[in-house]
Design a protein around this ligand. Sequence first.
Ligand SMILES: C[S@@+](CC[C@H](N)C(=O)[O-])C[C@H]1O[C@@H](n2cnc3c(N)ncnc32)[C@H](O)[C@@H]1O
Length: 208
Amino acid sequence: MRLKHIKGADIDIKKSKYYIDNPSEYKGNMNSLFKNDNPIHLEIGMGKGDFIIGMALKYPNINFIGLEKFDSVLVKATKKLEDLNIPNLRLIWYDAETIDELFDKEIDTLYLNFSDPWPKKKHAKRRLTHENFLKKYDTIFKNGNNIVMKTDNRKLFEYSIKSFTDYGYKIEDISLDLHSDENDIVETEYEKKFVAKGNVIYKVSVNK
Ligand SMILES: C[S@@+](CC[C@H](N)C(=O)[O-])C[C@H]1O[C@@H](n2cnc3c(N)ncnc32)[C@H](O)[C@@H]1O
C-alpha cells in the first residue's frame, strides 16, 4: 500500500486526547488509562478508525484500543474523533511487529480487519496471521486467546485459517458471506468499499 505523507500528521495525532504517548509505559496496566476493569479489545491495523470508533460507541462497557503503524492513516481517525467524547477508546501509533512491548496478559479480543494480504510468498512473514505474529499475540491475552478476522481476500482467509489451526486455535464461528449471514455489522472503511463493489466478506472467530 502506498501512503501519502501528510505534513504535521504526527503533531495532530499527539494533540488528540485519544492518543497514548509512550504506550509501553502502560504495559500490563492498560486499564489504568480507562480507570476501570472492563475488558480490553484491540484492533491491529485500525486504519482510519471507523470500526474501532463504531465498536466503542456500540459497546460502552468494553474498552477499545486501536493500533496503527502509519501516522498518515491514524491522523484521519483522530480528525474524526475531534468533536466526540468516547471514554472507552484509546489509540496507539505503533508497529505490531513489537506488540509484545505494549501488552502483558490484558487483552480479551483481538480484531484483524482487512489486513494487508502480502500475496507474495517471500512476504508471508509480514502477514498479521503469520506464525511469528501468532507467537507474539500469545503474550497479550488475558484469559485465553480470542481473535476475530474479517477480509475479502480469499487467499489470505485460507492462509490464516491454516495458520490459526496449525498453531492450536479452534474455529468458534465462521462466515463465508458475512453480509448475508449477519445484520447489524460494524463496518470498517475497507469493508464499506468492498461491499459496495459486490465483494463477499469472510469472517472467522478463533480461540485457544
Ligand atoms: C488494508 S488496511 C485496512 C484498514 C482497516 N482495518 C479497514 O478495514 O478499513 C491495513 C491497515 O493495517 C495497517 N498495518 C499494517 N501492518 C501493520 C503493523 N505491522 N502494525 C500496525 N498496523 C499495521 C496499515 O497501515 C493499514 O492502515
